[in-house]
Design a protein around this ligand. Structure first.
Ligand code: SAM
Length: 188
């Protein structure tokens, strides 16, 4: 339900530059904290999984770090909207948008991998990332607030326990309405 609404809002807003800017405000602090948490630098190759029609996370990562970012989304319409927007913003030399699924994307080029809140099935995506990404890669995963968990695909406690040595959490005092904390995994 939340996923469908968000995609619908993003699709309609993506045509209007002012609405894109306003929508992006929601992500500003979230991404600023994620960039700090994973220490994203200009030299990193970043993959955003689940960019949606407005890839605000990728746009903000570029604004803050000037890193090259690839975005994938499994929905062809979202990819078309995002490509058009990125081109309109003059960011197509920094952001490349493609169609793909987090469960089977080739991870070999990336050392930072970002998983959006609405990505599903989240644990399968995370297992694929962990098994196939480079050593030292940083994986950022947005986790929903407790009361909203049944609206999203979630990571099981078993997974969190199994990989606890590689996991750190970050909680912001000014957390967004939907995000409880951000998980950082470093492949070791
Ligand atoms: C609506 S967006 C929100 C992302 C937001 N615009 C951002 O910048 O972080 C969530 C997107 O994730 C995509 N998605 C969900 N599961 C996915 C998966 N397993 N692989 C790729 N894309 C996925 C959906 O198609 C949807 O477009």
């Amino acid at each position: 339900m939340i996923a469908v609404c968000t995609k619908c809002i993003e699709r309609n807003f993506s045509k209007n530059d002012l609405l894109v800017k306003l929508y992006g405000l929601y992500y500003k602090n979230i991404v600023k904290n994620e960039v700090k948490l994973a220490d994203i630098k200009n030299c990193d190759k970043v993959l955003c999984i689940g960019g949606g029609p407005i890839p605000s996370t990728a746009i903000e990562v570029v604004n803050l770090t000037d890193a090259n970012v690839h975005v994938i989304d499994m929905d062809g319409d979202a990819v078309a909207c995002a490509r058009e927007l990125v081109k309109r913003m003059g960011l197509n030399h920094k952001i490349v948008v493609g169609q793909g699924r987090g469960e089977d994307v080739d991870l070999s080029p990336y050392n930072v991998i970002h998983v959006a809140l609405q990505v599903s099935p989240k644990e399968a995506v995370l297992k694929h990332i962990w098994s196939n990404c480079k050593m030292g890669a940083r994986i950022i995963v947005r986790m929903p607030k407790k009361g909203l968990r049944h609206f999203y695909s979630n990571i099981t406690d078993g997974f969190l326990e199994r990989y606890s040595d590689y996991i750190r959490f970050y909680s912001s005092k000014f957390a967004a309405n939907t995000i409880d904390k951000t998980l950082l995994m470093v492949k070791g």
